[in-house]
Design a protein around this ligand. Structure first.
Ligand code: PMP
Length: 427
């Protein structure tokens, strides 16, 4: 019996069923490679779900964490604050879009960053309504799942959602929702369901992650900025997946030319250590009462040290430019594959920087989704040594999330595995 089979059995017996996993049990990882309990080597195109943008165990991140561990690992920032947190807030205030006074709070997970951004928007506006988008993902806490624009598996069986959270359509040309359609629906929501004067915030991912790597057109983000300005609504960019150089710019919103009022960050922020942040307009971040936001582990010193090193690496290794280069190479190769005869299952290749995806269809005329083919390709790739993730509201999108530090030879090796895996799965 393989180690993976044994560990799978123990996992099923001991770990909550709702925590779903696949069968790759990690024992070691380095930059873009991961080795499992059976000694199998993988190229990691999941990067811990867009966390290891700087690769597994970047030497500078490891050194920063080791150095911090020699000093202290936890004091609780509310009890004995430390300079690293303050310095990180200063850096994030400078790095996020918008030329206005900003402040930052640190927490631990993406969902917590989202929760706190909503609390700030509510405290600042004195309103409670929130508009999110269909297909969006914002976390698994009570508010996070309510904001998430997908019922199964995220909301199913979990009871009543908090009130005054509404969803508008996300523009998606491939699925026939134009930018004008999406804006029209938002206006109709204001006419039929909620007075815009009751809306505290609009929250949007500039590139939807779990929802299928759908890219919000720059014009749409600019229109949202106008709507928010007109009605005094706080515009929140959820950059948990799209941020930290992934799209070829520091943040997805940087491509639009407009600044959100608040930005949520997590995942790539600390290169594998649990850390998240809300950064934005000082007066909004300052709206909650002292003591109203924070937490025991919020801004953990080891994670803060890691994050400083991550920001240094993004700057010194020019990872924004590298993300753009990786993205160009991925899309060129995927488009070549899609143009081949027999590859009609590839409905669309899309991406922004190094956030790329293929949408798999049963029929190019109707774009009917092919979820079983998608699962088969992911399995074929795994058998050939490549970790891929699927996503999409219709379970038919494969996302490519290599570390931005991946050697180009490994990138090409992985793209060849993808080609072979599609060939094997369509046969
Ligand atoms: N927002 C977005 C855009 C995400 O992609 C995710 C995680 N996939 C979250 C929020 C939630 O982050 P976490 O799992 O760290 O709570």
């Amino acid at each position: 019996m393989t180690e993976a089979v044994q560990l799978s059995a123990r996992k099923s017996a001991a770990v909550a069923r709702g925590v779903s996993t696949r069968g790759i049990f990690a024992v070691r990882a380095e930059n873009a490679e991961l080795w499992d309990a059976d000694g199998r080597r993988f190229i990691d195109f999941a990067a811990g779900i867009a966390v290891n943008n700087t690769g597994h165990r970047h030497p500078r991140v490891m050194a920063a964490v080791a150095e911090q561990a020699q000093a202290f690992t936890h004091t609780c920032f509310h009890v004995a604050p430390y300079e690293g947190y303050i310095a990180l807030a200063e850096r994030l205030n400078a790095a996020t879009p918008g030329d206005f006074e900003k402040k930052t709070m640190l927490v631990t997970t993406g969902a917590e960053a989202v929760e706190n951004a909503i609390k700030m928007a509510r405290a600042f506006t004195g309103r409670s309504g929130v508009i999110a988008f269909a297909g969006g993902f914002h976390g698994r806490t009570l508010l996070g799942m309510a904001l998430t624009g997908k019922v199964a598996p995220y909301k199913k069986g979990f009871g009543a959602m908090p009130p005054e959270i509404m969803h508008a359509p996300f523009p998606n040309a491939f699925h026939g929702v134009t930018e004008a359609d999406a804006l029209g629906q938002l206006e109709r929501l204001f006419a039929s369901s909620v007075d815009p004067d009751r809306v505290a915030a609009i929250i949007i991912e500039p590139v939807q992650g779990e929802g299928g790597f759908n890219i919000a057109p720059a014009g749409f983000l600019r229109a949202l900025r106008d709507i928010c300005d007109r009605h005094g609504i706080v515009l929140i960019a959820d950059e948990v997946q799209s941020g930290m150089a992934r799209t070829g710019r520091m943040f997805g919103f940087d491509h639009s030319g407009v600044a959100p009022d608040l930005v949520t960050m997590a995942k790539g922020l600390a290169g594998g250590f649990p850390l998240s942040a809300v950064t934005g307009r000082a007066e909004i971040v300052d709206a909650p009462n002292p003591g109203g936001v924070g937490g025991t582990y919020a801004g953990n010193p080891l994670a803060v040290a890691a994050s400083h090193a991550v920001l240094d690496v993004i700057r010194d290794e020019d990872l924004c430019a590298r993300a753009a280069e990786i993205g160009d190479r991925i899309r060129a190769r995927l488009n070549q594959i899609a143009a081949r005869q027999g590859m009609e299952c590839i409905g669309e290749v899309r991406g922004l920087g190094a956030m790329n995806a293929i949408e798999l269809v049963a029929d190019r005329e109707t774009n009917a989704p092919d979820a079983s083919l998608t699962a088969a390709i992911v399995a074929e790739a795994e058998a050939r040594g490549l970790i891929l993730l699927s996503c999409g509201t219709r379970y038919n999108v494969i996302r490519l999330l290599p570390p931005l530090t991946i050697p180009m030879a490994q990138l090409d090796e992985a793209l060849s595995i993808i080609e072979a895996s599609i060939e094997a799965a369509v046969m």
